[in-house]
Write a protein that binds this ligand. Sequence first.
Ligand code: ZN
Length: 458
Amino acid sequence: MTNNARRTSGLSRRKVKSKTSGSLKKTRHDRSLRKIQPKGKNKKIYAKSPFNNLLTKVGIIFGVILVFYLIFIFEFPANYPDKFNISNITLDSNKISMQIETDSYKGKLIPLDILLTIGKGEITLIGEKETTIIFSNNKKVILTEGSRKIKIDGKTEKLNAPVVKYKEVVLVPGELAETLFPKSAKFNNGEIAFILSDSKPEGDYLDFSDYDGYLRLVNKENPLTKNYEPTDLTNVNSLDSIIAYGTNTKLRNEAANALADMYKENDVHYAMSSGFRTFENQTELFKNEVADNVKAGQTEEQATINAGTVVAFPGTSEHQLGLAVDVAIPGVVLTEEFKNTPAGKWLDNNSYKYGFVLRYTKEQTAITNIIFEPWHFRYIGYPHSEILFKEGIVFDTYIDTLRTQKVKYYQAEDGNDYIIWLLSGSLIPEKLNFNTSNGIGASSDNGDGIILTMRTQS
Ligand SMILES: [Zn+2]
């Protein structure tokens, strides 16, 4: 075939066929094939040679080396893991460390989410296979799925594992963390650790197994089970500070202490009218409200619907968490008038400093589906309480946003920066140890997520 003929047949075979007769083409083709067929004695030459020739042997060895080199350069398709999990997370007041397990590239991979969260990385471009990320230290990283070649500020680095995916989790070589953050990241045999601050850790570790915490969202969509009861209830009246009256005088320990501190540190007086309530307590309250509505002439159905806007349906009350407080002053008990009292005003503007939020505001009734309750405060811990107060976010929306965005960075009034990170799906660890103080730590979101709150040095 001439160059012209090859070009024509390569681009549009049909055209050639229609112009040239099939038989003519075939004859030409056959003739050229016959030309290269070895005949007679020549066959022997092909049978003996070329393996006896030393030069040819060397040539073959070089050829094989070249092929392996080319395979090395272009790589085999990456080996995707069948198993991946985080076996352990330890959260200290100054450090977070995670033990990662994968079956392929054992001890070499970490989830990209870790780098994005701790390194404040923003994905700026997603190509077909390439992802561009800018980190807080302005380093620009380009990752290519299936490849161990990673571009950092335009320079290609070849790392010891490729970028691969496991279900929804993107896994990257762990040494990338150390390459990007040599001062704060350490990676060794599947264990990644980030120093969050230079300050010394305080307090003891808690072995945390059920991911209970202060950020459980309780509403109609996120109810508690009938049997839910916190294990660290404290009687508020034992704290020698604010007085609790009635029968529901308990709160979870940290919330009780925060309430006592808040009471001690200002001149406004008030009391706690209701704290922790069991599922049964709540059922009774709800039934009473329905009965009152029926007495007032409503049908059973109307009475139940209307009761739901005033008294939470059993399982949907924050009081069952042991983290909700109803506050009262003499003569003003559970009425809207509370907002105009000195206590109501002071609590509305200052309770966030102690980890509390006014949970059911007037502006947000469309989201909460609960009437304005200026007396009901919910403990969620600092800095979350400050975020809600300053940014005007209702707790329901806050948790829903975290469930979608997974991570939030916040510069707080206390001078610290915080990373708030919701882990879900494959990122939930088998075991979580953390050091709690003042809301720092881990909490269930009351869905399938765990929210980590980490303080970093600003
Ligand atoms: Zn309440």
